[in-house]
Design a protein around this ligand. Structure first.
Ligand SMILES: C[S@@+](CC[C@H](N)C(=O)[O-])C[C@H]1O[C@@H](n2cnc3c(N)ncnc32)[C@H](O)[C@@H]1O
Length: 214
């Protein structure tokens, strides 16, 4: 099962002709403080190219919830990580994130194809992301360089700036097909959940609550 094949079957949902490269996956997971996270969410994991970069950064007790709309890809991913107790794969839409993850989330890593999404869905998913993130939570997502100046990409960048206090853009990752860059955002402006107890690894060290399974 490859992203290329899924792209040919469902181009408007898959949104990529190839899986992200290791370089892009590394850039997507930099600067998110994943090492101290208690709960991390990945949206649109596909075949797991970015999941592979997330997992080595996570502590043994960290929970990774991967939400994939394509049921075939979700089933493959669940099978691949069936022995890793940290990973929960949910076959569903990122728009339903608030119902999928009950606890505050430290970081959301998104591989979603924003520029092929209808504007209303783009907004709904971003609202769901800010709703689950804890106040100091972080978000990363990538954009393809060639599409950066299209109206959907510019609309997405504006929506991101409206929802986060800090938004930065990485250097271009040329070693990707096609070349891409990462939007890294922090401090959601709306974060109704708030921290339960001290967030991140500190919570685990303190014997804070944990979940297993979605
Ligand atoms: C561009 S591919 C990225 C795959 C992988 N993260 C990577 O970087 O190689 C986008 C993925 O998002 C999934 N997707 C699209 N819309 C989604 C949604 N609303 N909720 C969850 N996943 C979605 C697609 O099925 C596809 O697997």
């Amino acid at each position: 099962m490859s992203i290329t094949r899924e792209f040919l079957r469902r181009p408007w949902v898959t949104g990529a002709v190839a899986a992200s490269s290791a370089r892009l996956a590394a850039a997507m997971t930099d600067g998110l403080d994943l090492e101290r996270a208690a709960t991390v969410v990945e949206l649109g994991p596909g075949t797991g190219a970015i999941t592979e970069a997330i997992l080595p950064r996570l502590a043994a007790g960290t929970r990774l919830v991967a939400v994939e709309l394509n049921p075939v890809l979700a089933a493959r991913l669940a099978e691949r990580y069936r022995h890793d107790a940290r990973v929960t794969v949910v076959s569903g839409s990122a728009a339903e994130l608030a119902g999928i993850v009950p606890e505050p989330v430290d970081a959301v890593v998104s591989g979603l194809p924003w520029t092929v999404m209808p504007a209303a869905l783009q907004r709904r998913v971003l609202d769901a992301v800010t709703a689950v993130l804890q106040p100091r939570g972080r978000f990363s997502t990538f954009a393809y360089a060639h599409a950066g100046w299209t109206p959907p990409a510019r609309r997405f960048a504006a929506e991101l700036a409206a929802r986060f206090s800090t938004v930065e853009r990485s250097r271009m990752v040329w070693a990707n097909l096609p070349p891409a860059y990462v939007h890294r955002a922090g401090e959601p402006r709306v974060s109704p959940r708030g921290p339960r107890i001290p967030s991140g690894r500190a919570a685990l060290d303190a014997g804070g609550p944990r979940s297993s399974g979605a």
